[in-house]
Design a protein around this ligand. Structure first.
Ligand code: 8YV
Length: 328
């Protein structure tokens, strides 16, 4: 009997076909509705593997219910949706999809910075709505990006590529990270700063840190008040790193000039979300890694990891490194 894989989102045919070569595949196929918790809890009871995304909460309840569960292939580099200790206790391997999405996510973060600085979404709407009646000198005037200072919070793989993009725009690069990043310092001239120094100096504060106990709620009103009044805040990592009420107040009060957000506290957000009512907010629906090439590469990585686990090989991108030592 082939192992049973439960897939929590509708995947393209080519990936389903690859999965079917080795597994029984059961898949949530409604594209506009997230898999309900009760469905996940029921499906995991039979499943040998899960293919998940970051909005699927993988906690003790799920792992305890998954009596046959050997592996969760999470289609994301982030794994803040997963209780790793619980997974290891239940001898479940957790795999993610790093590397294949680094450039794509960095592109989006930098594009969001450009779009926010140059008011591109507002301008595009202006043209589409037929409001472009005459040329006027300050019409939709944004702010320059080139030769400004970018402050990268979280200098991991994606942060480093954003720094490379910024170097191409002749920006000064400062960063804050758990550890110093010597390569970025030597190759790109990036300068390490404390968070407070970075907030005070950067024209663009770009959050690319993972969501952890330490980074949750890292941006409160106080942090926005430490930024320049014309600073632009970009978040392309995880919503809960930011206190959204504080960000709203900061934008309203003019503590900072604008924000470009690809991520939110609760996703998906509704059109009535307070931040969406502000003109100086550019909002995207968590599309950092969303190109056809990269999403396929992420799914292929998930397939590679599942195949490794079921062939008793070490998966390429295992997150809970203690998994192997827990093996039955
Ligand atoms: C995912 C992401 O595409 O990789 C991550 O951590 O946030 C995105 O690349 C998305 O979250 C789907 O799981």
């Amino acid at each position: 009997m082939k192992p049973l894989v439960y897939v929590t989102r509708k995947l393209p045919e080519e990936i389903v076909a690859r999965l079917k070569e080795n597994y029984e595949v059961d898949m949530w196929s409604k594209e506009d509705v997230q898999v309900p918790r009760e469905v996940l809890l029921e499906k995991v009871q039979e499943a040998d593997a899960l293919l998940t995304v970051i909005s699927d909460r993988m906690d003790e309840e799920v792992f305890a219910a998954g009596k046959n569960l050997k592996v969760v292939a999470n289609m994301a580099v982030g794994y803040d949706n997963i209780d790793l200790d619980s997974a290891s206790r239940h001898n479940v391997a957790i795999c993610n999809t790093p590397d294949v999405l680094t450039d794509t996510t960095a592109d989006l973060a930098f594009a969001l910075l450009l779009a926010t600085a140059r008011r591109m979404i507002e301008a595009a709407e202006f043209v589409k709505q037929g409001e472009w009646k005459s040329w006027s000198p300050m019409l939709l005037a944004g702010t320059d990006v080139h030769h400004k200072t970018i402050g990268i919070v979280g200098m991991g793989k994606i942060g480093t590529v954003v720094a490379k993009r910024a170097a191409g725009f002749d920006m000064e690069i400062i960063y804050h990270n758990r550890n110093r990043h010597e390569v970025a310092e030597e190759m790109l001239g990036a300068r390490y700063c404390s968070l407070d120094e970075l907030l005070g100096e950067a024209d663009f504060v770009v959050c690319l840190a993972p969501l952890t106990k330490e980074t949750k709620g890292m941006f409160q009103r106080e942090q926005f008040q430490k930024m320049k009044k014309d600073a632009i805040f970009i978040n392309a990592s995880r919503g809960p790193i930011v206190n959204e009420e504080a960000l709203y107040e900061a934008l309203q009060a003019g503590d900072i000039a604008a924000a470009g957000l690809d991520v939110f506290n609760e996703e998906p957000i509704g059109a009535d979300h307070p931040l969406l009512q502000l003109k100086n907010v550019v909002a995207l629906p968590h599309i950092g890694s969303a190109t056809k090439e990269t999403r396929i590469a992420m799914m292929e990585t998930c397939c590679d990891n599942l195949e490794a686990i079921f062939a008793d090989r070490a998966p390429k991108t295992l997150v809970n490194k203690d998994f192997l030592s827990y093996r039955r």
